[in-house]
Design a protein around this ligand. Structure first.
Ligand SMILES: CC(C)(COP(=O)(O)OP(=O)(O)OC[C@H]1O[C@@H](n2cnc3c(N)ncnc32)[C@H](O)[C@@H]1OP(=O)(O)O)[C@@H](O)C(=O)NCCC(=O)NCCS
Length: 174
């Protein structure tokens, strides 16, 4: 089956409905559900910088033919002693998962960030039980670096994280 053409585009006001759903519908966001979040924060951030800030942002993953937003990709700056990196994330609505969108959206976000910012490193973390995201990251050109022990408190206990990265000079996904 041919891949559904997708593109990344900036957030518009209508997209805030999806963000509020991710903040308030238990489990919709997937394993990253951390309890109810302030749904009003979404509009405040949109008013501040349209989700395109110097330290991070969001782009919508749009299915081109249908002009429908399938989900969102995110990036946030982080730093080690002498260098900064981006940490990326993604959440697709359930009806768009498992259709080849996730890995391509994350590869497209890497292209975008490597093109428009000078970072050498993009990292992403996921959970041991999130096979879809592990495969998706590998298809998008990421390599597993290791397990970060007790990285997050989620769903009642401390859990390990799996850390991936893609460097500017790594091979591009096919
Ligand atoms: C994780 C997520 C982004 C993956 O995107 P996706 O569009 O569903 O995945 P893709 O269709 O691009 O699939 C990529 C690979 O994962 C595999 N895959 C997809 N869903 C899978 C599942 N539920 N179980 C096992 N493998 C799966 C695909 O078969 C494909 O591998 P293949 O080419 O070897 O067949 C998406 O499912 C999602 O938004 N999930 C909820 C939010 C989330 O978990 N975000 C990441 C937080 S760390």
């Amino acid at each position: 089956m041919a891949d559904l053409p997708i593109r990344l585009r900036p957030v518009v006001e209508d997209d805030l409905v999806m963000f509020r759903r991710f903040a308030t519908e238990p489990g919709l966001i997937g394993l990253d559900w951390r309890g109810f979040q302030d749904a009003q924060a979404v509009a405040r951030r949109f008013a501040e910088d349209g989700y395109l800030g110097a330290d991070g942002g969001r782009l919508m993953v749009e299915v081109e033919q249908e002009h429908v937003a399938a989900g969102v990709v995110t990036w946030q700056s982080g730093s080690y002693a002498t260098g900064s990196y981006w940490e990326i994330g993604i959440a697709l609505l359930p009806e768009w998962r498992g259709r080849g969108i996730g890995w391509r959206a994350q590869a497209m976000l890497c292209d975008y960030l490597f093109r428009h910012t000078p970072v050498q490193r993009i990292q992403a973390a996921t959970h041991a039980e999130n096979t879809a995201e592990q495969k998706s990251l590998e298809k998008a050109g990421f390599q597993l670096e290791g397990v970060v022990r007790a990285a997050e408190f989620r769903d009642g206990r401390w859990r390990d994280g799996m850390l991936y990265s893609r460097l500017r000079d790594d091979p591009w996904p096919r």
